[in-house]
Design a protein around this ligand. Structure first.
Ligand SMILES: NCc1[nH]cc(CCC(=O)O)c1CC(=O)O
Ligand SMILES: [Mg+2]
Length: 329
């Protein structure tokens, strides 16, 4: 008998392809990151992220409504902070009347069924654009930064956020935040830890969006974010965050790091997420705008790849587009 097997049999018809498919993407797998700014009726495009806008709260509310209608479970908030509020210590990060606490409270009162996630990190709030406090030499201090992150996370949870997501890569911050949340009785606040976050050049457009590209200048984040050459280290980082009390872990960036997603999922079997970051979004958008790639097809294929690699969900600027495409399928 030749050939010994004919794998193409199952590919011949749509019905068998649908029947044997191992992985699928649904709207419930998606987290939608959005940029929010002060003011009313404010809508500013992000040049390096075509289709992405910085919105004031009044314009963000209809987007939240669209997420609910599309079945997207969670929206992730990133603030654009006025330059006048940025300081070396980033104190605005734990102002209970600041932009993020007000947006969280408004979203939760209007759309209680929509999960809201907030970034715990200082870079939108510091005058130097780093995620932490600096010593005299410019080194980013760990434990002093963690103290501020704890205040920031408590401020967010007091405002009613569902998920806090520390994205700073300081050591020990998950344990410190978990302990502080428990001490205040906030036992339901979930922590999604950016556990394996690499010092990546793919964050460029995000830094344009929140304005930290300007404050950061030529400096980088290599003394706290991970080296792209490392893989075992990602498992050590994830192991620590789980032990410290993370409910969910994340790998970031996404598509260039699918090997890390797979290793993390296989090793720990915990809810594992990946962030398809701004630079990945920009690449796909730019190629599609040039007519070099089929936009809708590459969006869905790229997101399905995360599921196949073992991710339980994906943070992606394509979330609304993808959810609507999935509704049509
Ligand atoms: N702590 C800040 C933060 N949170 C999410 C991103 C990047 C997201 C993206 O590129 O889409 C960054 C940027 C950075 O670490 O410099
Ligand atoms: Mg860590």
């Amino acid at each position: 008998m030749y050939p010994a097997g004919r794998p193409r049999r199952l590919r011949r018809d749509t019905f068998t392809r649908n029947l044997v498919r191992e992985h699928a993407l649904t709207a419930h797998d998606l987290i939608y990151p959005v940029f929010v700014q002060e003011g009313e009726k404010k809508r500013d495009a992000v040049a390096s992220m075509p289709g992405v806008e910085r919105l004031s709260l009044d314009l963000l509310l209809p987007v939240a409504q669209q997420c609910v209608e599309a079945g997207i479970p969670v929206m992730a908030l990133f603030p654009v902070i006025d330059a006048s509020l940025k300081t070396p210590e980033g104190d605005e990060a734990f102002n209970p009347d600041g932009l993020i606490p007000r947006v969280v409270a408004a979203l939760k009162s209007r759309f209680p069924e929509l999960g809201v996630m907030t970034d715990v990190a200082l870079d939108p709030y510091t005058s130097h654009g780093q995620d932490g406090l600096l010593d005299d030499t410019g080194y980013i201090l760990n434990d002093a930064t963690v103290e501020v992150l704890v205040k920031q996370a408590l401020t967010q949870s007091q405002a009613g956020v569902d998920i806090v997501a520390p994205s700073d890569m300081m050591d020990g911050r998950i344990g410190a935040i978990r302990t502080a949340l428990e001490a205040r009785g906030d036992i339901h606040t979930r922590i999604m830890a950016y556990s394996a976050k690499y010092a990546s050049a793919f964050y460029g457009p995000f830094r344009d969006a929140v304005g930290s590209a300007a404050t950061l200048g030529k400096s980088n984040k290599k003394v706290y974010q991970m080296d792209p050459g490392n893989s075992d280290e990602a498992l050590r980082e994830v192991g620590l965050d789980i032990a410290e009390g993370a409910d969910m872990v994340m790998v970031k960036p996404g598509m260039p790091y699918l090997d890390i997603v797979r290793r993390v999922k296989d090793e720990f079997h915990v809810p594992t997420f990946a962030y398809q970051v701004s630079g990945e979004y920009a690449m796909l958008k730019a190629a599609a705008q040039n007519g070099w790639l089929d936009h809708d097809a590459v969006v869905l294929e790229s997101l399905l790849a995360f599921k196949r690699a073992g991710a339980d969900g994906v943070l992606t600027y394509f979330a609304l587009d993808a959810a609507r495409l999935l509704q049509k399928q």
